[in-house]
Design a binder for this molecule. Structure first.
Ligand SMILES: [Zn+2]
Length: 266
């Protein structure tokens, strides 16, 4: 295990170094080559992994119906964009397979949909994450929770090569992997949070950075949206209502449409 981890770190260090040398990695600016032709929509959790559980609902179900609704809007209103789902039913998808689906299909954008939870029931609002380590310790609890599904998978030690979702050290070697897409990811994340506030009257807790597994392993701009807290009874009701879901999915849709227009006009 230790040797494999050391090998892993060496490979990633070499890869990072060579990306630096080719000038590929720290672009930090939006790139005009980006076109939005194909989007992967990832409904968090599923099957034996319910995600966070509220009083009346489970995260996996809320995430799935929002993912399908968002995909439906894109299909109807941006028919030139191909939509690929990581799941369309209540099925268990290994965490690793979600970014793999996006990478294999050469998606131009990856959007992962989740619900939040905390021990204080008064806390509510939306958060959109991009890959990064800013405020790592403040965001580590949520990262640990969202990545911990790995532990439900058979052979996870083999498949994730020594990565331990509960150990902060495991995250350190990955912090450069998504840097090339940072500006684009951030732009979409800001649009999503902005639309939540200005168009559908949600409380935004802001755009944040954290090393969610699905964000650091996708080879394209990617965001993870926490659409609200199932631990807040009022917000949970809203998240499960038809109107609430329509508002949330339409806000995400408008943000994606604006992002598409932005990157394609550069
Ligand atoms: Zn989740």
């Amino acid at each position: 295990m230790e040797r494999r981890r050391a090998k892993n770190i060496l490979v990633i260090t070499l890869l990072t170094f060579s990306l630096f040398m080719t000038g590929f990695l720290p672009t930090g600016t939006k790139t005009s080559e980006f076109k939005l032709r194909r989007i992967v929509i990832d409904a968090g959790h599923g099957g034996k992994d319910p995600g966070t559980v509220g009083r009346i609902s489970k995260e996996k179900d809320v995430a799935l119906s929002l993912a399908l609704k968002l995909g439906q809007y894109i299909g109807e209103l941006l028919p030139e964009v191909e939509v690929i789902y990581t799941r369309k039913t209540d099925s268990f998808i290994p965490l690793k397979e979600r970014p793999n689906i996006a990478n294999r299909n050469r998606a131009d954008l990856f959007v992962s949909i989740h619900c939040n939870a905390t021990t204080t029931s008064g806390v509510y609002g939306t958060e959109t994450f991009v890959m990064g380590n800013k405020n790592f310790s403040a965001n580590f609890e949520i990262v640990k929770r969202e990545n911990a599904v790995i532990l439900l998978e058979d052979d996870y030690e083999e498949n994730y090569e020594g990565f331990d979702p509960k150990s902060p050290e495991s995250y350190m070697m990955f912090n450069l992997m998504q840097k090339a897409y940072f500006a684009n990811s951030l732009s979409l994340a800001e649009k999503i949070e902005n639309d939540f506030v200005t168009r559908v009257n949600r409380r935004s807790r802001g755009v944040k950075q954290a090393p969610f597994y699905v964000l650091w392993t996708t080879s394209m701009p990617s965001v993870l949206v926490e659409v609200g807290f199932l631990s807040n009874p009022t917000e949970e009701k809203y998240l499960n209502s038809k109107d609430g879901q329509t508002y949330i999915a339409s806000a995400m849709f408008r943000a994606i449409k604006a992002y598409k227009e932005e990157i394609e006009s550069l």
